[in-house]
Design a protein around this ligand. Structure first.
Ligand code: ADP
Ligand code: MG
Length: 375
């Protein structure tokens, strides 16, 4: 009961993540509460009167998840509709599971000419592969398939099967070539790529660009637990975004005050199965060093950055790197690359980098917090 009340209070105060955990399902016109709860609604569609504070919310199922978009301003409806069209365009291009997508075609043919979006994403992914010493590896797809994460037919693979698939994984062997102003990708025999660890971040950034082109200055989108906010709320105050508690997905480990940022979380609770024979839980973030679910001390990694592609790539990467290496990575890269991190380890300790430390909303009064100095 107490928890229900707490949830209600938090849902009133925060942009709730993920959608399912906080379905208030109501939409009032332009009130502050409508704004705060904008991304919490899973089933409603709102159209309000045309005025400069007009709010419009809609949702779409794409990239295997529910996505909610809310914009404020005169062209809110047009902006949200164009944002959804952009999501569908990118879903058709980037989803490995769609046979006709560009990425699926590349996998089938061992390479091909890259479109502008895919070229950008592959290059960003390869940069992150380099900077994380291979913790982020888009060639992980054959291993994802073997575990059944791509189909839902989950199974713990045998050692030799896993070793055979793991031998195909090394994004360092991907080559790109330029000819007549076009970039082509070439994959070694048997390699397949999967942009699932970075595509939603890129997508939210693209949606914000589309919304801005409609004159929108205030918006919030939630792509299956990945939040991205444009500007501030229409009352000028910052957005408050809740970060899901990895141990209790109805609750929050905390929140963060943000303006113009993506807030992207990776955790082992998002997609997993439990092996009936052993009771062991296996989740969808794979450590390319072992082929098994990453299990290096962190249970949740949130990256806060204006660069949503980076935020998505790094949330997955730092989760794989684990506590010690993720902290070292932050010390070396946060200030230079423009991101911050809020991470929880398996003992419930929080690690928060200095750039976002004062913006953290410690709603659970967590005492065990370490400030990571990066500047
Ligand atoms: P989600 O997409 O569930 O929000 P992530 O951004 O962490 O969470 O991405 C997880 C996805 O990234 C997996 O479903 C898979 O497609 C891909 N992936 C898994 N392990 C890795 C890895 N080590 N490097 C790059 N991509 C990965
Ligand atoms: Mg990611």
């Amino acid at each position: 009961m107490r928890k229900r009340i707490l949830m209600a209070l938090l849902c009133g105060a925060l942009v709730c993540l993920p959608l399912a955990g906080c379905n208030t399902g109501n939409n009032s016109n332009t009130s502050d509460s409508a704004q705060s709860e904008a991304s919490a609604s899973t089933e409603t569609k709102t159209t309000n009167n045309k005025n400069s504070n007009q709010e419009y919310t809609d949702e779409v199922f794409a990239m295997d998840t529910y996505m909610t978009l809310t914009a404020y301003g005169e062209n809110a409806q047009e902006a949200v509709e164009a944002g959804i069209a952009e999501i569908q365009r990118l879903d058709d291009l980037l989803s490995t599971g769609k046979e006709t997508s560009e990425v699926a075609q590349i996998n089938q043919n061992g390479g091909g000419v890259l479109s502008e979006d895919t070229e950008y994403l592959v290059k960003r992914a390869l940069d992150i592969y380099q900077s994380t010493n291979g913790a982020f590896d888009i060639s992980i797809y054959p291993v994802m398939q073997l575990w059944g994460f791509t189909t839902g037919n989950f199974a713990v693979p045998g050692e030799s099967d896993l070793a055979a698939k793991l031998a195909l994984v090394d994004a360092g062997k991907i080559t790109l070539s330029e000819e007549n102003g076009q970039t082509s990708i070439n994959l070694p025999e048997g390699m397949e790529i999967d942009l699932g660890g970075i595509a939603k971040g890129y997508t939210s950034g693209r949606v914000m660009e589309v919304m801005k082109s409609y004159g929108i200055e205030s918006a919030v989108i939630n792509l299956g637990g990945n939040a991205h906010v444009l500007g501030n709320k229409t009352d000028g105050s910052q957005w408050k975004v809740g970060i899901q508690d990895p141990n209790d997905t109805d609750g929050y480990l905390g929140g963060v005050n943000v303006t113009d940022k993506a807030i992207i979380t990776s955790g082992g609770y998002e997609r997993y199965f439990i092996d009936k024979d052993t009771g062991v839980k296996y989740h969808h973030i794979i450590d390319p060093k072992t082929g098994y679910s990453a299990n290096n001390g962190l249970i949740s990694v949130t990256i806060v950055s204006a660069d949503s592609t980076l935020a998505d790539g790094l949330s997955t990467s730092l989760f794989v790197l684990g506590t010690k290496d993720a902290i070292s990575y932050c010390k070396e890269h946060c200030a230079a690359d423009g991101f911050d991190a809020i991470m929880e380890d398996e003992d419930g300790k929080l690690y928060i980098t200095d750039g976002v430390y004062d913006d953290f909303i410690n709603m659970n009064n967590t005492k065990n917090i370490e400030k990571i100095v990066t500047k």
